[in-house]
Design a protein around this ligand. Sequence first.
Ligand code: UT7
Length: 320
Amino acid sequence: MTFCRITGTGSYLPGSPVSNDDLVARGIETSDEWIAERTGIRRRHFAADDEKSSDLALHACRRALEAAGRLAQDIDLIIVATSTPDQVFPSTACLLQNRLENRTAVAFDVQAVCAGFVYALTIAEKFIRSGSHKCALVVGSEVFSRILNWDDRGTCVLFGDGAGAVVLEASDEPGILSSVLHADGHYHDILSVPGTVCGGKVSGTPLLQMDGQAVFKFAVRVLGDTAIELMDAAKLPMTALDWLVPHQANVRILQSTARRLDLPMDKVVVTVADHGNTSAASVPLALDLAVRDGRIRRGQLVMLEGVGGGFTWGGALLRF
Ligand code: UT7
């Protein structure tokens, strides 16, 4: 049986941090107090006008490859999770493959919004376990600043840009112990960008809209359910978990989830204060941060969880 393990992580945040007060200075009718109290967010990063998802992804991938001791030529599968691709097509994964000077890896994008990275990781896991591929780059990269409605203070203060990546390789020892994915399109309209390009023009609304309270309740419920499902599938008790690395949208969502699972907050990796919500990039960004600062160590039991528009959600439990 072929298993698969994460052998390297990397991430990238563009530019300098933009504080809540900086947003006020830009004319948004909000306050540091409101944003910090309701969400835990203090700052976020925004890409420059000429920086695209593939640019952010390239930096994160180079760092992940270096950490894994791999060259871009070793990669035979590239999956990019993004809802803010560089172009309608080709995929950001193909553009990234070109920038990495790799001409052979299978490359495609996954669109599952903030659950995109766990979707991409689970797909890569299945490719590797089948024996068809051996060494994957799994990436979450977003420039959500491009799709924010700056006149909607209920959403524009929540998001940031960034990228995270992992190298996932075939292994004789188990790395990913269990993984689950879910979707329920019935909830398509509580978080969406309901626009597209049609006949050379934008059709519909090309900016993010959200029913914040509905999303909040949904996220708390499914993050808890998924964590239980992942531990049950691996036949392990919740107390065995060393680290929960959940999608970073709101610290209150993370606190409610930890309470429901009876998990102390010091086992939860929280980056939302410094990154805001970076959608598909948030989980690999948080993972890389906690690996590089020495919190997450080899052999520990780590759970990754995502939830986002669609609605889509899921996670993976792994022996790091
Ligand atoms: O990746 C998944 C994506 N998103 C999420 O997970 C987000 C989930 N939802 C949330 O995090 C929260 O629902 C929000 C942070 C978005 C909003 O928090 P809330 O406690 O649900 O606030 P609310 O929308 O009920 O608004 C409360 C008040 C309103 O004023 P009134 O009507 O009570 O006078 C809003 O107008 O706060 C006001 N408000 C703001 N005030 C200052 C909304 N946004 C802001 C703001 N600054 N940025």
